[in-house]
Design a protein around this ligand. Structure first.
Ligand SMILES: Nc1ncnc2c1ncn2[C@@H]1O[C@H](COP(=O)(O)OP(=O)(O)OP(=O)(O)O)[C@@H](O)[C@H]1O
Length: 610
């Protein structure tokens, strides 16, 4: 409950982005180190290396080998351990991770050379240009990307080196995500050849530290070893870098920059957007398309788990995709529960390619990930030389949190609404804790027994009985055909000819303009149901007492600090945030169908308990 409070009380009201909607909740569960951002004495060696070797290591994921992976993992162990105790064996004491002055100067002089300077920082261009018109769209063909004009003057551009921010494509509680292109005169030839466009997550330092209370916590005296906002960002970067190397189902990490005011996380751009939006658009996915998406997610999770990293925030918003050409169905099929007037056609599904306009799918957002053990030592972080049986059990428990997340995503894709929901947070929390879900009639009537079995094995309450990632990957339903996209083509080319890409893009933009769907009560409720669900599971995981994990210490302390406040605010919290699934568009639509065509209406809360 404490974590849930943190999640929802920190939401920014009125975040809206018509170009690619994403209204997200706070995730930076951090504890201040009390250290100045620019002068951290007990800090992270990986970050130091990222800064110092940026020009040589920034695109290392594309070329990572085992040796590189090993050193990254070792760095990460050190990173994680620096949170734990000043007397631990593995420490990074006295390692300074400030950006060298020389580097800052280089940036400033580099900025002078950037040809688009006139647009920078005057803030005068209007916000209305968020959605591109067709003529601008044509300009985004790969061949002309480098000439693309930024949509407006972005303040975030001022301190960024080597990339031009073009338009905002997403938003988190404390971040903005931009589509960007490597600057024309970028010295980084490898980057500009391999990535015509990139996504840049920009985190404003001031926002992060004020909300995390870094200044306030500075005075507590005991926290020289605690995790500051900065450490949290660096941890996300280190984990993203580690897990994306050598895994094509994880959004590639490209580069990282820290400046006076911002952190910039530069990553591979997935042009389709979030799977979340596609569920809302299509209402639900066919079993084939669900398999196609979930298998790619499962491979991403397998890779992470093999490195000892748990994602802990698996949800449709964190699944991004590359669009493919949409081929309409000759004769669209409807389920009994569909409203033929409103159900969008998913189109033809092609094994190894995809369907519904969805091709390659990748897992993103490592802000809540944590490392449970190091790949090399197989011992939990923070311990040297032995692994107690209960710790091994805890590791597995942590990983099962991701399996539960996969189950929720699969359930949601198959039917269009999440497995657990209630209008009240506390009731929802209880349902999740008790594993109370059902294959709701009539929406699940036509879904195969194989799919239901896979979902049931993933949503098994008892972690030891729940599928692990290998069991899921061997599930007979999942393997009824080879649903993975073909290898070999770069994801940025996957959508076929630029003409076809434009076609889909136009369809997609049209959909995106209809923000009423993405921000409808149904969509908001679905987002919230996932956020609450993940928070509940993480809380349970913490209660189980994961010993080695990075997050446990940090979160435990946060819980302790917030405990009293949380109790006082509990009622307020419940009033402020109520899930409104009952009034949601998707469920309204379904209720309407149910009422008109399928007999008596069943209240959502009642059906859940069936
Ligand atoms: N690589 C990418 N390619 C395309 N879009 C992206 C990419 N990364 C992020 N986005 C978009 O930006 C949104 C926000 O990104 P992200 O989830 O990383 O931010 P966040 O700050 O972690 O959000 P929060 O912490 O509030 O969950 C995503 O949901 C997605 O819509």
């Amino acid at each position: 409950m404490l974590k849930i409070k943190a999640l929802f009380s920190k939401k920014k009201p009125g975040q809206a982005d018509l170009s690619q909607g994403s209204k997200k909740s706070f995730k930076g569960k951090t504890k201040s180190s009390g250290a100045d951002n620019r002068n951290v004495s007990q800090d992270i060696s990986s970050a130091n290396e990222i800064y110092q070797n940026r020009n040589t290591t920034q695109y290392s994921n594309a070329i990572a080998d085992d040796h590189h992976m090993k050193s990254l993992t070792d760095e990460l162990v050190a990173t994680i351990d620096s949170d734990s105790s000043p007397s631990d064996n593995i420490t990074t004491e006295n390692v300074e991770t400030v950006i060298p002055e020389s580097e800052i100067n280089v940036r400033e002089s580099f900025e002078d050379q950037i040809s688009y300077d006139p647009l920078i920082s005057d803030g005068s261009l209007p916000e209305e240009s968020v959605v591109m018109d067709d003529s601008q769209d044509d300009d985004t063909d790969d061949e002309h990307l480098e000439d693309e004009t930024p949509e407006k003057s972005f303040l975030e551009q001022k301190e960024l080196m080597g990339y031009r921010l073009i338009n905002k494509i997403g938003e988190g509680a404390f971040s903005k995500v931009f589509r960007a292109i490597p600057a024309k005169n970028s010295s980084n030839e490898f980057l500009s050849k391999n990535y015509k466009a990139v996504a840049i997550k920009v985190i404003k330092k001031a926002d992060l530290s004020s909300i995390n209370g870094d200044h306030h916590k500075k005075d507590k005296g005991k926290d020289s070893t605690k995790t500051s906002s900065r450490d949290q960002v660096l941890k996300e970067v280190a984990l993203h870098k580690t897990v994306s190397a050598g895994c094509s189902q994880i959004v590639a990490f490209i580069d990282f920059q820290e400046t006076d005011s911002y952190y910039y996380i530069i990553q591979e751009l997935l042009t389709g957007g979030e799977i979340f939006g596609e569920i809302v658009r299509l209402t639900y996915f066919s079993e084939d398309l669900s398999k196609h998406v979930i298998k790619q997610l499962a491979l991403a999770v397998k890779h992470m788990h093999s490195l000892g990293v748990v994602h802990r925030d698996i949800k449709p918003e964190n699944l991004l995709f590359e669009p493919i050409e949409f081929t309409p169905s000759v004769k669209p099929k409807f389920r009994k529960s569909d409203d033929p007037q409103t159900k969008a056609d998913e189109g033809i599904f092609t094994p190894e390619i995809g369907g519904g306009g969805i091709g390659i799918v990748k897992l993103a957002d490592f802000g809540l990930s944590k490392q449970i053990f190091s790949k090399n030592t197989k011992t939990p972080c923070g311990t040297v030389g032995y692994t107690a049986p209960e710790v091994v059990k805890d590791e597995h428990y942590s990983m099962k949190v991701d399996m539960w997340g996969i189950g929720c995503v699969l359930y949601t894709m198959l039917c269009g609404f999440p497995p657990f929901y209630d209008e009240k947070i506390d009731t929802l929390t209880e349902k999740i804790s008790r594993g109370e879900y059902t294959f709701l009639k009539p929406w699940w009537d036509e879904i195969s027994a194989g799919a239901k079995n896979a979902v049931a094995k993933l949503l098994e309450l008892e972690p030891s009985k729940r599928y692990d990632i290998d069991q899921f990957l061997n599930d007979p339903w999942l393997n009824s055909f080879d649903c993975l996209p073909k290898k070999g083509e770069s994801s940025q080319k996957k959508a076929g000819t630029s003409e076809k890409r434009h076609l889909h893009k136009k369809q997609f933009q049209l959909f995106q303009r209809d923000s009423s769907l993405l921000f409808s009560p149904a969509a908001v409720a679905m987002r919230d149901a996932f956020d609450i669900g993940n928070a509940v599971k993480r809380t349970e995981e913490d209660r189980m007492g994961t010993r080695g994990g990075l997050g446990s210490l940090v979160e435990d302390e946060e819980s302790e600090d917030n405990y009293n406040d949380a109790r006082g605010d509990e009622q307020l919290e419940q009033n402020m945030f109520q899930l409104t699934l009952d009034t949601s568009t998707i469920l309204q639509r379904r209720k309407k169908v149910q009422k008109d065509d399928l007999g008596p209406q069943v209240p959502i809360s009642a059906t859940i308990q069936e």
